[in-house]
Every structure is written in structure tokens, then in C-alpha cells.
Write a protein that binds this ligand. Structure first.
Ligand code: COA
Length: 336
């Protein structure tokens, strides 16, 4: 049932394939409690996280991304030769220069357009927005990969952040399809307070030197409470905007796949929207916060659990450092 008159349609694009790569090593809350002043009980009750995957020494973001992309192409029944662009959403690139996407493209054997999107934890939705536009306007099959090794930029001795993050990658292949719809999207950013969630040093503002290493200011820090409040309000705001623009109500949403930072944030967003909890997909318990990888990982997880059906309306929403936020509506189509 339509709630309002639609003002924006989605792009005629569908997800043709989904693929993931989670590092082999699983670190449980009890494992962390052996080396940090924390407990399984604290982590579970504050975040819903039970375990996370951690990249092996030497395993970088592009390694995870390439594996997820290969799986997504296999899933779509396509080869890399079919792909015209490769977008990697990441905030933990292999190197500052070059971007991670060209490395992934080379690994896949492609000379297609390849570029990174850094919108932190919202990066995958930003990447999808760009890819949907490209795919719908002549570029054909486009790969979007969310890939992160957040555990590399977190101080392992800082319990306030070390327990929250995990590593992983998820990828989708978007293809044009006149019978499908991806969007509308709503994206936003407020960069007036970057220190709410950031790595203070290690960029051009303050390059790494001996003092930075001594104080550890190249590690990620955040004001958890402020991040929490903004995450809830911005994700709900983005979600309301896309529902309104699509002219549908929350009762029309079959599944909500939000950025998997914290189960309490997901619950609070669902509650603000009036969305029943059984339509809120949770994967953060097993993945931790994997930033730009969290939505494709959760989407694949939902499909594995039989929660995505042909024609379903899926609401995506994310929030991240920047601040950045975004939401989008996907009509799920089973691959013919
Ligand atoms: N184990 C045990 N205690 C911890 C801890 C840990 N891993 N991390 C912090 N604490 C302590 C703090 O030192 C503080 O102690 P104090 O009160 O003695 O100073 C206390 O726990 C804070 O507890 P509380 O205020 O109840 O925490 P919270 O309910 O605000 O939860 C977060 C903290 C970080 C889980 C929560 O703010 C959050 O999820 N924020 C968003 C984080 C996020 O998702 N970031 C990425 C967004 S993309």
C-alpha cells in the first residue's frame, strides 16, 4: 500500500551476484577478555557482538576484496570481462596511494575503470549509488565491493574500540534490468566534527612521526555516545527519506539490512521507523563492525538464511565517520 505519492524512482538495475570473504581467524569475546579488561557480558549487552573475524598477518583489504569479488562474479554467472567498473568502498586501503580498486582489478585480470569510495561505514551505500547510476546509463555490469581490515587501525590495547571491529569483504555485481529497481537513495554528510570518529594522525594534516607513534594518535578513536546518537538519528532520517520518496510505508519493507555496528543501534532505528524486529536483519553478532563491508556481508547472510525472496523490498541504511550517512531501497530479484 502506498503511503505517499512517489517522487523518485529507483534505477532499472538488479543485484545479479553476491559474494563474501571473511578471514579464517575468529576471535570471540572470551578471547578478547584474556588480553583486555573486558568481558563477554559487557560486549554482548552493549553491542550484541559475540565474535569477529580478524585478517591474518600480511592479509590486506585488497586480498579480501578480490576474493569477495570473485565469489560475486561466480554467483552472477559472469566473468570479469563482463565488468566495466570496479568500485571498492573502504576506509582501510592497502596504501594511501594508489587506491585499492586498481589492485583488486589487476588481481581479477581486469583493466576496467577502478576507483575507491571512502565514506567510512556508509561507503558501500555511496558506492551502490554511483554503481546503480553507471549501470543504468550504459555501463552494464558494475562490481561494488565493501572491504575492510579495521583491526589494523585500532589500538589492540584500547578496550573502548578494540572489541567493536572486525575484518571482511562483501561484493555485489549490479546489472541493468528493466524489470528491476534499485533506489531511490538518500546520501548525506556533515564534516564539521570529524574528531567524533577518526584517526587523528597518519594523513596529510599530521603525518606519522615518532611523536605520533609514541602517543598512538594514528589509531582510531571515537566519542562512543555521540556516535551512537548520531547513528540512530541519521540512519532513521535517511530511511524515512527514501521511503517517502518511493511513496511506500514501512509496512512495505520486507527486510531492513542496516550497517552492522551495534545491535542496539539497529534496534533503535527499527523502533523509530516502526519496523517489527523480525524484519531487522542482524549479522553484527558474528561479524562485529566491518565498516563498509558490513552491508554486503549482512545481505549475503540474509540470503543464506532464506530471508531474501523475489520481489522483496529491502531497506538499506548506514552511518559512519565523516560524518556520513545513506539509505537506499532495493527490490530483490532472484537470478533467472
Ligand atoms: N569492556 C568493559 N568496559 C568498557 C569497555 C569494554 N570493552 N569499553 C568501555 N568500557 C567502559 C568505559 O570505560 C566506561 O567506564 P566508566 O563508566 O567507568 O568510565 C563504560 O564502560 C562506558 O559504559 P557505557 O556508557 O554504559 O557504554 P555505552 O552503553 O555507551 O556503550 C559503546 C559504549 C561504545 C558500545 C556505545 O557508545 C556505542 O556503541 N557507540 C557507537 C560505536 C560505533 O558503533 N561506532 C562505529 C559507528 S560506524
Amino acid at each position: 500500500m502506498s503511503a505517499t505519492t512517489p517522487t523518485r524512482a529507483g534505477a532499472p538495475v538488479r543485484v545479479a551476484g553476491l559474494g563474501v570473504r571473511l578471514p579464517d581467524r575468529v576471535v570471540t569475546n572470551d578471547d578478547l577478555a584474556k588480553v583486555l579488561d573486558t568481558s563477554d557480558e559487557w560486549i554482548r549487552t552493549r553491542t550484541g557482538i559475540r565474535q569477529r573475524h580478524v585478517a591474518a598477518p600480511g592479509e590486506a583489504t585488497s586480498d579480501l576484496a578480490a576474493a569477495a569479488a570473485t565469489a560475486a562474479l561466480d554467483d552472477a554467472g559472469l566473468t570479469v570481462a563482463d565488468v566495466t567498473a570496479i568500485i571498492v568502498a573502504t576506509t582501510t586501503p592497502d596504501h594511501t596511494i594508489p587506491g585499492t580498486a586498481p589492485l583488486v582489478a589487476a588481481r581479477l585480470g581486469s583493466e576496467a575503470a577502478a576507483f575507491d569510495v571512502n565514506a567510512a561505514c556508509s561507503g558501500f551505500i555511496y558506492g551502490l549509488r554511483v554503481a546503480a547510476g553507471m549501470s543504468a546509463t550504459g555501463d552494464g555490469a558494475v562490481l561494488v565491493i565493501g572491504a575492510e581490515t579495521l583491526t589494523r587501525v585500532v589500538d589492540p590495547t584500547d578496550r573502548s574500540v578494540a572489541v567493536l571491529f572486525g575484518d571482511g569483504a562483501g561484493a555485489v555485481v549490479l546489472v541493468p534490468d528493466d524489470t528491476a529497481s534499485f533506489g531511490p537513495f538518500s546520501l548525506g554528510a556533515d564534516g564539521s566534527e570529524p574528531s567524533m570518529l577518526w584517526t587523528a594522525s597518519g594523513g596529510t594534516r599530521r603525518p606519522v612521526d615518532a611523536v605520533v607513534l609514541e602517543e598512538g594518535s594514528h589509531f582510531l578513536t571515537m566519542r562512543g555516545g555521540d556516535v551512537y546518537r548520531n547513528a540512530v538519528s541519521r540512519m532513521a532520517q535517511g530511511a524515512r527519506t527514501v521511503l517517502e520518496e518511493a511513496g511506500i510505508g514501512v509496512e512495505d519493507v520486507d527486510l531492513f539490512v542496516g550497517h552492522q555496528a551495534n545491535v542496539r543501534i539497529l534496534d533503535a532505528v527499527a523502533s523509530r521507523l516502526g519496523l517489527p524486529s523480525e524484519r531487522n536483519h542482524v549479522a553484527v553478532d558474528r561479524h562485529g563492525n566491518t565498516s563498509a563491508a558490513s552491508i554486503p556481508l549482512a545481505l549475503a547472510d540474509a540470503r543464506d538464511q532464506g530471508r531474501l525472496h523475489d520481489g522483496d523490498t529491502v531497506l538499506l541504511a548506514a552511518f559512519g565517520a565523516g560524518l556520513t550517512w545513506g539509505a537506499g531501497l532495493l527490490t530483490w530479484k532472484d537470478t533467472p
